[in-house]
Write a protein that binds this ligand. Structure first.
Ligand code: CP
Ligand code: NVA
Length: 303
């Protein structure tokens, strides 16, 4: 049994399989071909933080594949009333086939997984957001081909997205340029990177974008860090991806953002709504990559 708790839980060749499988599943879906390999399977989705994309993509994806979902939040389950996470995992995993969790500490997710009889997927934690990077890399491949050997520029907070990009660079063989304000750096130990050459850090966000094939950013204040918002607004003022910053990347560079976005903060409207932006394709691909992921975790390789 496999869990998907962080990007490094799968190997490069498993990603190659998943991306190929995503392409097939997406093409069939676009052609209105019914594909329901998960009839009678149930996904429990546990949300301790807000979500639009993650909920819709997992829920729609599961129904499209013939399965069903149970949606739980902290407020309407005993998980918010101090039932031990171990007990919740033991109970929920006896009743469903797959669990997706969005929560705070990665350790909470790991504890759930350690007590689960069924595969567990990380739907975002403070530390990682692997399903989003799965969609981002699939989107890059769809638009530009292989990501190995390319340069991805991360501009902004050293957060769950940045940590996950770091693991992806290590596994898939591209270079990550990171520029964060001082005090908001990524922790390379957290990602557990084997090849330190896959990451280069820059004081200037402009320098980080030079020669990049993809420029990407995220909100200045992630969910759970709202109390720091005022300090972050000041610290991140120079880390807005605008047209000047984009002009330093390669002329064919893409722009991505996991969304939700704040125009005028981490990204200028001209960039996110401009010709280099693929944010809507990126959001849609959450659906397709996660269908491939759920199929893989439940049924293994097809064909
Ligand atoms: N990108 C992402 O995970 O969006 P949601 O918070 O809306 O799920
Ligand atoms: N870093 C953001 C991503 C939201 C999808 C957060 O954790 O709030």
């Amino acid at each position: 049994m496999k869990h998907y708790l962080q990007f490094k839980d799968l190997r490069a060749e498993e990603y190659a399989y998943l991306f190929e499988r995503t392409r097939t599943i997406k093409t069939r879906f676009k052609n209105y071909e019914r594909y329901q390999p998960l009839v009678d399977r149930t996904l429990a989705m546990i949300f301790e933080k807000a979500s639009t994309r993650t909920r819709v993509s997992f829920e729609a994806g599961m129904y499209q594949m013939g399965g069903s979902v149970v949606h739980l939040t902290t407020g309407d389950s005993h998980m918010g009333r101090a039932e031990p996470i171990e007990d919740s995992a033991r109970v929920i995993s006896r009743m469903v086939d797959l669990v997706m969790i969005r929560t705070y500490e990665q350790s909470k997710l790991a504890t759930f997984a350690a007590n689960s009889r069924v595969p567990v997927i990380n739907g975002l934690t403070n530390e990682f957001h692997p399903c989003q990077i799965l969609a981002d890399i699939y989107t890059f491949i769809e638009q530009r081909g292989d990501i190995a050997g390319k340069v991805v520029a991360w501009v902004g907070d050293g957060n769950n997205m940045a940590n996950t990009w770091l693991q992806a660079a290590d596994i898939l063989g591209f270079t990550l340029h990171i520029s964060t304000p001082r005090g908001y750096e990524v922790d390379p130990l957290l990602g557990g990177v084997n090849n330190p050459a896959c990451v280069k850090t820059f004081k200037s966000p402009f320098a980080a974008c030079e020669g990049a094939h993809l420029v990407t950013t995220d909100v200045w204040t992630s969910m759970g860090y709202e109390a720091e918002n005022e300090a972050r607004q000041k610290a991140f003022a120079d880390w807005c991806v605008d047209t000047q910053m984009m002009s330093l990347a390669r002329p064919d560079a893409l722009f991505m953002h996991c969304l939700p976005a704040h125009r005028g903060e981490e990204v200028a409207a001209e960039v996110i709504d401009g010709p280099q932006s693929v944010v809507w394709e990126e959001a849609e691909n959450r659906l397709h990559v996660q269908k491939a992921l759920m199929e893989y975790l439940l049924l293994g390789r097809i064909g």
